[in-house]
Write a protein that binds this ligand. Structure first.
Ligand code: HEM
Length: 426
């Protein structure tokens, strides 16, 4: 007999195949079916509790109850996260490392990143005007790679940008993959870590002048709680933990373009320059479209919640996608409706595309401000700075493949700038 009789169990011997078949909907399909915030399943040969919703998120982000040590599979560390990075730390050591990240994500830094992003978008137009078609996702990766390296103080040769951008993107693409996509991600990480270790070594040796306050400087000279310096490999992993996710904003930008295309009525509101609307639109893109599916942690010490025994060491998954589509929290969750954010009260646990809770105290993503600012400036660019056509293409996206993207990457044609360049102020 199972130890948790009161809790719904998925009957199959192992759900790994179902997870691969159902992707983003795996947890939600079952919490809906069982009418329960949680259920037990077996994944990759171990017992796992899957949970969804605001209450579940509150429990999940209680660091007395959960830890991250041993939660992320090695395969995810070897592609997406990096081995031993901030995502896998606990307690005071985690908080101290997290503050380093938080110090680089202030409103001033967000503003600088947004300005650089607009500059780079504008610089792309001349080339686009003479191109038959432009794939937005591919362009966004390159733009953001250039932007984040410039902002962080990491030197990047024009000739290497495309490869570096692809490498960052492949690390992200590998997180839900098996086979070739997984190996692509691993090789990409190896190349990028080697590159960034070199940059850190040059910075520490004074061969490369890093500006004080830049991400490169702050990371290269960061001190641990005991006053020691991090080793080069560890700094590389953490600096990549900033570079890679900024490039990954290209996914949300591509979905934002799709949303604009499917909801032309939103376009007019964005054209009016209403900053509140543009913020609501960006938030709705992050809620509605799939990117991060779920996040995992291990039980720190035994406790009971909703009649379910959480045993020390058990793996628990929190459904981010499902919580963002939970009809108890969001009216008509499967409709794209930016205005819903007018009424949103800003709970730390109901809108969790990048994790929940307080980022300074737990594992919630520290990069949400950057993500939203970069999305807003990119929307402004797409709506107010250029005109383009959307030729026939396959804009569908899979909810099974993780991570996912519109098939075509969002193709634009007949791109033209809207105003003469002098009028362009941002
Ligand atoms: C592109 C959109 C992004 C998505 C979908 C995203 C998603 C996430 C998620 C789901 C987590 C894990 C939360 C948890 O473990 O509880 C996370 C953590 C993290 N993110 Fe993001 N993120 C994005 C952008 C960014 C940006 C722009 C940055 C930095 C510039 C960033 C840096 C980080 C870091 C350092 C962590 C680890 C935090 C920790 O473990 O304490 N992310 N992100």
């Amino acid at each position: 007999m199972s130890m948790n009789e009161q809790v719904p169990h998925d009957k199959s011997l192992d759900n790994s195949l179902a997870l691969m078949r159902e992707g983003y909907l795996f947890i939600k399909n079952r919490t809906d079916k069982y009418q329960s915030d949680l259920f037990e399943a077996r994944l990759m040969g171990q017992k796992v509790i899957c949970m969804s919703g605001e209450e579940a998120a509150k429990i999940f982000y209680d660091s007395e109850r959960f830890k991250r040590k041993g939660a992320a599979p090695k395969r995810v560390q070897k592609t997406l996260f990096g081995v031993g990075g901030v995502q896998t730390m606990d307690g005071d050591a985690h908080i101290h490392r997290k503050l380093l990240f938080m110090s680089l994500m202030t409103p001033e830094h967000e503003k600088r990143l947004a300005e650089l992003t607009m500059e780079q978008w504008k610089a792309s137009i001349s080339k686009w005007e003479t191109s038959k078609k432009v794939v937005l996702f591919e362009e966004a990766k390159v733009v953001l790679c250039r932007v984040v390296c410039q902002w962080a103080g990491v030197p990047l040769k024009e000739s290497e940008i495309k490869e570096r951008a692809d490498d960052f993107s492949e690390m992200v693409d590998a997180f839900g993959a098996v086979g070739p996509r997984y190996w692509k991600g691993r090789r990409a990480r190896t190349r990028v870590e080697e590159w960034i270790r070199g940059v850190i070594e040059d910075t520490r040796a004074g061969k490369l002048q890093a500006e004080e306050g830049s991400a490169l400087y702050s990371m290269a000279f960061h001190k641990e709680l005991d006053g020691s310096q991090l080793d080069t490999q560890m700094v590389a992993v953490e600096l990549i933990n900033i570079l890679r996710p900024v490039v990954a904003i290209s996914t949300f930008i591509t979905f934002a373009a799709l949303a604009l295309h499917e909801h032309p009525e939103c376009k007019e509101k964005l054209q009016s320059g209403d900053r509140n609307y543009s913020e609501m639109f960006a938030q709705e893109v992050r809620r509605y479209y799939p990117f991060g599916p779920f996040v995992g942690a291990r039980v720190r010490k035994d406790f009971i919640w909703k009649q379910c025994k959480f045993k020390e060491g058990m793996l628990v998954l929190l459904d981010m996608y499902g919580t963002n589509h939970d009809s108890r929290l969001w009216g008509s969750p499967n409709e794209f409706r930016p205005e819903r954010f007018k009424e949103w009260e800003g709970s730390l646990f109901d809108f969790i595309p990048q994790g929940g809770g307080d980022p300074a105290k737990g594992h919630r993503c520290p990069g949400e401000g950057i993500t939203v600012e970069v999305m807003k400036v990119s929307l402004d660019f797409l709506v107010n700075k250029i005109e383009f056509k959307v030729p026939k293409q396959d804009l569908s996206y899979s909810l099974v493949k993780m991570p996912t993207l519109p098939e075509s990457g969002f193709v634009m044609s007949d791109v033209k700038r809207k105003y003469s360049s002098q009028e362009w102020t941002y």
